[in-house]
Design a protein around this ligand. Structure first.
Ligand SMILES: [Zn+2]
Length: 184
């Protein structure tokens, strides 16, 4: 995909395309060579086999009658083709991006899958732990309730014993008094 994209761009680079002048709404010649730059061979679509590869030959070519007629009627000849090519390049670029994204996702997928499986296992482990803790909690609740009941019973027993002791002390006092009266 990247190869065909590059090939198309290479073809475009070697075809002379005039500049669009927004002010006049027309196409005009614009020298493709920068001074001192490497001279590429350009094909001009004004005539079959027309080409140039230097600033001098470019300047000579654009003065030809064929070329002048072509540039003044450029909209009729190639405007749509150029726009379509631009759109194709844009779409190829998008496709390239999408392909790279697919490759990236394909690489990430097994990692995410294994991470998901680990999380699933952890979740099941935590669920199990939670259920154990719930059981323990319920067991401690029961234990605590039993202990509370036992404490209540013991408290009552202590109270009863205290009452018995008080009663016994009273009886001992009475007996003590009676004994001292007998002696005296
Ligand atoms: Zn030409």
């Amino acid at each position: 995909m990247a190869h065909s994209n590059r090939a198309l761009m290479t073809v475009e680079q070697n075809i002379y395309i005039p500049e669009f002048d927004i002010d006049t709404n027309t196409y005009k010649d614009e020298c493709p060579y920068k001074s001192g730059g490497f001279s590429l061979m350009y094909q001009c679509r004004c005539k079959s086999g027309a080409s140039f590869n230097t600033i001098a030959s470019y300047k000579q070519h654009i003065r030809s009658q064929h070329h002048r007629h072509w540039i003044s009627n450029y909209k009729n000849y190639f405007k749509e083709v150029d726009e379509a090519n631009g759109r194709i390049n844009e779409l190829l670029g998008n496709l390239d991006k999408k392909n790279r994204e697919i490759i990236r996702i394909k690489k990430e997928y097994p990692i995410l899958k294994s991470e998901f499986s680990i999380l699933k296992n952890e979740n099941s482990f935590l669920k199990n732990e939670n259920s154990i803790l719930k059981n323990e909690k319920s067991f401690f609740k029961k234990e605590s309730s039993i202990l509370n009941k036992t404490i209540k019973i013991l408290k009552k027993k202590i109270k009863d014993k205290k009452k018995q002791i008080d009663k016994l002390e009273e009886q001992v006092n009475i007996l003590d008094n009676q004994f001292s009266e007998v002696i005296n």
